[in-house]
Design a protein around this ligand. Structure first.
Ligand SMILES: Cc1cc2nc3c(=O)[nH]c(=O)nc-3n(C[C@H](O)[C@H](O)[C@H](O)COP(=O)(O)O)c2cc1C
Length: 125
């Protein structure tokens, strides 16, 4: 993990890696949906975690070459993300900067900025 992620993720009881399989198993051809597939898996992990009272936090801040070396990830597979999994902790125990980030108001883009109809940039909603 990048240092900024190590700072908080070191306390999680479970750390996992998201690894992309770059080629189809059946014919060895490139899988153009590989990154999409990992995104779907990540979303399912987050939903299942939430349903069980857990929290999953995904990170792009990893060192893929180091992951490959440490865990013997073979060619054809690309380490892409990591995730921390655990029960929510006591927010008061966090250093100030991390607490502020966690308590900050979440801003979500209006759907009209990303859901288009007819042409790119034409809001569907
Ligand atoms: C692909 C991806 C990579 C991310 N990488 C990091 C990361 O390296 N470190 C980090 O602290 N948060 C990272 N985040 C952000 C968190 O996973 C999370 O989405 C963010 O903290 C917002 O949380 P919220 O849904 O509770 O508002 C990443 C999110 C995504 C979707």
């Amino acid at each position: 993990l990048w240092e900024a992620n190590q700072r908080w993720a070191q306390h999680a009881p479970v750390l996992g890696l998201g690894v992309v399989s770059l080629n189809f198993e059946r014919n060895g051809k490139p899988n153009p949906a590989a990154v999409h597939d990992l995104g779907c898996a990540a979303a399912n992990i987050m939903h299942e975690a939430a349903a069980r009272g857990l929290q999953a936090h995904f990170m792009i801040g990893i060192e893929p070459a180091r992951v490959r070396e440490l865990y013997g990830v073979p060619e054809g597979f690309q380490p892409l993300t990591a995730f921390a999994l655990g029960y929510p902790g006591d927010i008061a125990s966090l250093p100030e900067a991390l607490r502020a980030r966690d308590e900050a108001k979440r801003a979500r883009k209006p759907l009209g900025e990303t859901v288009f109809t007819g042409a790119w940039g034409k809001p569907a909603l």
